[in-house]
Design a protein around this ligand. Structure first.
Ligand SMILES: [Zn+2]
Length: 549
């Protein structure tokens, strides 16, 4: 009788808690403004010296995060350790380098910039130049700029355009229509050319196609360029030379070859485009300074409750690194604190970890939850790239990624941004959760900028994990229509990647709670979904998950 009674009570309790989970679906009481605030303030303290990867302050921040996970009872994620070591290499090209084409000499900085992917201090190239249009090989778009024999490209220096081919009236959705696909990003161009066995690439810069001026290319390539350190067993192909050239210099080079750059660019906008040998040889003696450094991703895991599903995962990501100590601003401040970018995301993901531990046992998610705090995001998503290349938990078994880079410090909104949700089964989950809260999804207002390719979810998407990156809403409660754009512009202009991205007393934390709670709810539904989530069959990342049923 007693047993029977206990069983009944358990049944009633179970039914009740299920009912609560289904009808309310809100977890606001699991999050605290004060905790988020104090974590953001602490992680952006000058004592962490801007959290550069491999620096004392940066690695201390990583240790703090691991310590917080441990206190919460989140288990170490990497075979008993909270740390996944990440080895990085940085190169800085000699600014006196020249690129010689025929009898013309092109000047580093003014005409072109170059950095090696070989991770050696000296590279010597003497190779034929071939124009390959957009440099894209995309079977799902039935587009291939690499026509003919592989020998046309092996060991050559390939000259190409940035961005992806424009949509046409017949094919308005070609390469994502107005939006940028990954095929338009310069990182893709380098990777694809390396896969084709090229020795080097020269990207033709135009402000229009790149979305930023030559000064940006010049500054970012004139300094240290980071890469994942190549191990002896790493078979990832690489380029001896990765280079950008100004449009003027490219025009001059094509004239040397007796070709018309504009005509060739027009031809490259169609599928019938044929690569063009320029009949010229480029020579470069590229000397570089080289340095190695060691850093760490932080990984923790909260095991799922379902014996069958606990070996499948939802992964939450936030980068802990920022830019360290650098050039002083006009107030003499040299510490790039990275309070918004990304102490905020770290605080949010830590809060999500805590919320999971506070859920009643009956609501513990079926799949396991992984917390990945990456290093070297600011150096080119390298910690996430490392994780994607050497995953601790199989990408095939990882159902979704929720990435938080930044956060809403300006108040409550009627909408929520989930960059990339429309690419996969994550979308209906986001819609359900927002509908429960009478909220809407904030659309990407600048699809042409390819924001999806600019934070840590992206390397995870490339290995087939359906991913979203959380963005601020755009419709602030009680604020004017242009408030979101104004705050965004103000931050971008005055604080983004500057020493003044510091903790501010006028920040509000209700918006961070709202954004974090929704992100948590999305992760929770993904962890409990009946099947693993998939990319839409038309999406460029669907081919990275061939075995997902
Ligand atoms: Zn960031």
């Amino acid at each position: 009788m007693k047993n029977y009674l206990t069983l009944t009570i358990i049944l009633i309790l179970t039914v009740c808690s299920l009912a609560i989970a289904q009808t309310s679906g809100k977890y606001t009481n699991l999050f605290s403004e004060e905790k988020l605030k104090s974590t953001i303030r602490f992680l952006s303290d000058d004592g962490f010296e801007g959290r550069a990867p491999g620096s004392r302050g940066g690695e201390l921040a990583a240790k703090y995060i691991a310590n917080q996970l441990e206190i919460l009872g989140i288990k170490p994620g990497n075979n008993g350790s909270y740390f996944q070591p990440v080895s990085l290499v940085a190169v800085k090209a000699d600014p006196n380098t020249t690129l010689n084409v025929g009898n013309a000499a092109y000047k580093f900085g003014d005409d072109f910039v170059a950095f090696t992917g070989a991770q050696t201090d000296a590279v010597n190239l003497n190779a034929e130049l071939v124009f390959v249009g957009y440099g894209i090989d995309a079977s799902e778009q039935k587009w291939n700029d690499y026509k003919g024999s592989a020998e046309n490209y092996r060991g050559k220096i390939l000259v190409m355009m940035v961005n992806d081919p424009p949509a046409t009236s017949q094919e308005p959705n070609l390469f994502g229509g107005k939006g940028l696909t990954y095929y338009g990003r310069w990182t893709y161009k380098f990777e694809e050319a390396a896969r084709k066995g090229a020795a080097g690439v020269i990207l033709i810069h135009t402000t229009d196609s790149a979305g930023y001026g030559w000064n940006v290319v010049r500054t970012s390539n004139g300094s240290w360029r980071f890469d994942i350190a190549r191990t002896a067993t790493d078979k990832t192909p690489f380029l001896q030379m990765r280079s950008w050239m100004t449009e003027d210099a490219a025009r001059k080079m094509f004239t040397q070859a007796g070709k018309n750059l504009d005509e060739l660019r027009e031809q490259a906008k169609t599928r019938n485009f044929q690569p063009v040998k320029l009949g010229l040889t480029a020579k470069i003696d590229l000397k570089s300074e080289l340095k190695k450094l060691d850093s760490n991703n932080v990984v923790g895991i909260w095991e799922g409750s379902d014996a069958k599903l606990k070996d499948e995962y939802v992964i939450y990501t936030a980068h802990w690194d920022h830019l360290g100590i650098g050039i002083p601003n006009d107030k003499g401040d040299t510490i790039y604190n990275g309070a918004l970018d990304n102490a905020t995301g770290c605080a949010s993901v830590l809060s999500i970890a805590e919320a999971l531990t506070k859920l009643p046992a009956a609501e513990r998610p079926k799949r396991s939850s992984v917390f990945l705090f990456t290093t070297a995001e600011e150096q080119g998503l390298l910690g996430a790239e490392w994780y994607a290349r050497f995953p601790v938990f199989s990408p095939e078994k990882t159902t979704a990624n929720v990435n938080i880079d930044g956060g809403n410090l300006y108040g409550l909104t009627n909408d929520y941004g989930a960059l990339g949700a429309e690419r996969s089964d994550v979308m209906p989950i986001v819609q359900t959760i927002l509908a429960e809260r009478k909220m809407t999804i904030a659309l990407d207002s600048h699809p042409e900028q390819g924001s999806f390719f600019r934070s840590d979810h992206f390397p995870l998407a490339k290995v087939g994990i359906p991913a979203i990156s959380v963005r601020n809403g755009t419709d602030y409660i009680g604020k004017s229509k242009d408030f979101a754009q104004k705050t965004f512009d103000e931050f971008n202009k005055n604080h983004y990647h500057q020493p003044s991205d510091e903790f501010r007393d006028d920040w509000r934390f209700d918006g961070v709670v709202q954004m974090t709670e929704i992100s948590f709810a999305i992760g929770l539904q993904a962890a409990n979904a009946p099947v693993m989530l998939r990319y839409n069959s038309t999406d460029e990342f669907s081919k990275a998950q061939p075995n997902r049923k």
